[in-house]
Ligand binder design. Structure first.
Ligand SMILES: Cc1cc2nc3c(=O)[nH]c(=O)nc-3n(C[C@H](O)[C@H](O)[C@H](O)COP(=O)(O)OP(=O)(O)OC[C@H]3O[C@@H](n4cnc5c(N)ncnc54)[C@H](O)[C@@H]3O)c2cc1C
Length: 390
């Protein structure tokens, strides 16, 4: 079987790794620029199994051993992961935590005092409850993607960089390959489109609508003014921010307030790579509120990345109806890193078995057609004000 994977990001390389591991002899990854030059290169790399959608929580759980086995090779630091909520979100947190425990995820509810014992400089005045996953933490998306690429190559895959795909080629209702910019045609039995936001353009050429928007997300690196120990990653659903240690004495702060979604839409090939001054002010205020104890905090630098966001903030990982041999794996909306090992395995299942082999990860959840059918993949217990916390 000849498989072409379009996109040399984390997802495309994980898919190439999974396919070669299962004996697919001819796997070719085509990347328009350099490997990890898309969203992967900007990832915060947070690892957790906390999701409101059970199949995605299960994928995160299945992916954890990959981080644990690779450890320092992919920069994995298993510092733990905590979700903080206010009164309004205590019930959804309890319900989601119970769902996680039923899947086998090691997670506990903890009270604000226990949380403060882990992060002594944390202000927990407005925190009603937290959940804590000891197996969570963070790692390096670039290193993980390049690891997948290396394993795929060792398994016989080929990777071509600076090779933009112009279009997917079909004959009747079947895929027959791809045409590169410049006109070369590469024949294939299966084409997997794993090109992030840009996947929509390739599908649109075939008359297929993949509703996905490019949403810019800003990040701050804050110097705490003192050395920091290994502290758990924090997803702060009260102030709508997330924080993790970054090097010694610094921490990375990301925005989880997506109320301004439409204002954040950008051209993913042409966007500002620094946080706007007004955002820096807003985020700094939230950081000072949550961490009042730092002696001399300052913002060292900022940057921005782009999420590929479908209407329900969840990915499509599925064969595309009506075009035999075409598979789409995109729309990870800022949360594809931690599930990327399991995504590769699911795509290998779809290509080789025609269905998911994991009962906790039903393939039907990730169909493209769910948008047109008005059946989005959403949490049964969404967080008030933070519904995108999948
Ligand atoms: C700022 C930021 C923070 C994040 N933080 C986290 C986090 O903490 N935890 C987490 O789980 N996830 C996180 N994510 C999400 C995660 O990093 C992404 O979901 C994941 O890296 C996406 O990988 P991808 O391969 O789908 O896309 P990409 O990395 O965008 O790769 C797509 C590739 O396709 C290529 N391409 C496009 N068009 C073509 C074409 N026509 N021909 C050939 N190649 C093409 C692009 O050049 C690109 O390299 C974050 C993302 C961002 C942006």
């Amino acid at each position: 079987m000849r498989v072409v994977v379009v996109g040399g990001g984390l997802i495309g390389l994980s898919i190439a790794r999974a396919l070669t591991a299962r004996g697919v002899g001819e796997v070719l990854v085509l990347e328009r620029s350099s490997l990890v030059s898309g969203g992967t290169g900007k990832s915060s790399g947070i690892v957790r199994a906390h999701y409101g959608v059970p199949s995605i929580a299960a994928m995160a759980l299945r992916s954890l051993p990959v981080f644990e086995e690779l450890g320092a090779e992919v920069g994995f630091r298993q510092v733990g992961y905590a979700v903080l909520v206010g009164d309004e979100n205590a019930e959804p947190l309890k319900a989601n935590t119970a769902m996680h425990q039923s899947l086998g995820i090691e997670v506990d509810l903890i009270d604000p005092a226990e949380l403060q014992a882990m992060w002594p400089m944390l202000n927990v005045d407005d925190v009603a409850l937290a959940s804590y996953e000891a197996r969570g933490g963070f790692a390096d998306a670039t290193q993980l993607a390049l690891h997948f690429g290396r394993v795929a190559r060792d398994g016989g895959a080929r990777i071509r960089q600076n090779t933009p795909v112009a279009r997917v080629v079909t004959t009747g209702e079947r895929v027959t390959g791809v045409e590169l910019e410049g006109g070369e045609v590469v024949e294939a039995d299966v084409v997997v489109v794993a090109s992030g936001w840009w996947s929509a353009t390739l599908l649109a050429d075939l008359g297929i609508d993949f509703p996905v928007e490019a949403y810019r997300s800003e990040l701050l690196v804050v110097d705490a003014g003192e050395p920091l120990p290994d502290l758990p990653v924090i997803s702060d659903l009260v102030s709508l921010q997330y924080c993790r240690v970054e090097g010694a004495g610094q921490f990375l702060v990301g925005n989880s307030d997506h109320a301004d979604f439409r204002e954040g839409l950008v051209d993913p090939d042409d966007y500002s790579n620094i946080a706007a001054p007004a955002s820096v002010e807003k985020y700094a205020e939230k950081v000072l509120h949550r961490f009042p104890g730092f002696p001399d905090p300052s913002v060292t630098h900022t940057y921005a990345g782009v999420y590929d966001v479908p209407p329900d903030w969840n990915p499509v990982i599925a064969p595309v109806a009506g075009v035999e041999g075409l598979v789409l794996a995109a729309g990870f909306a800022g949360h594809g890193f931690k599930i990327s090992p399991a995504v590769g395995d699911l795509v290998a299942d779809l290509v080789l078995e025609g269905d998911s082999t994991d009962p906790d990860v039903p393939a039907a959840d990730f169909r493209l057609e769910r948008f047109a059918e008005g059946r989005p993949l959403v949490s049964a217990h969404p967080y008030v004000g933070a519904g995108e916390m999948r």
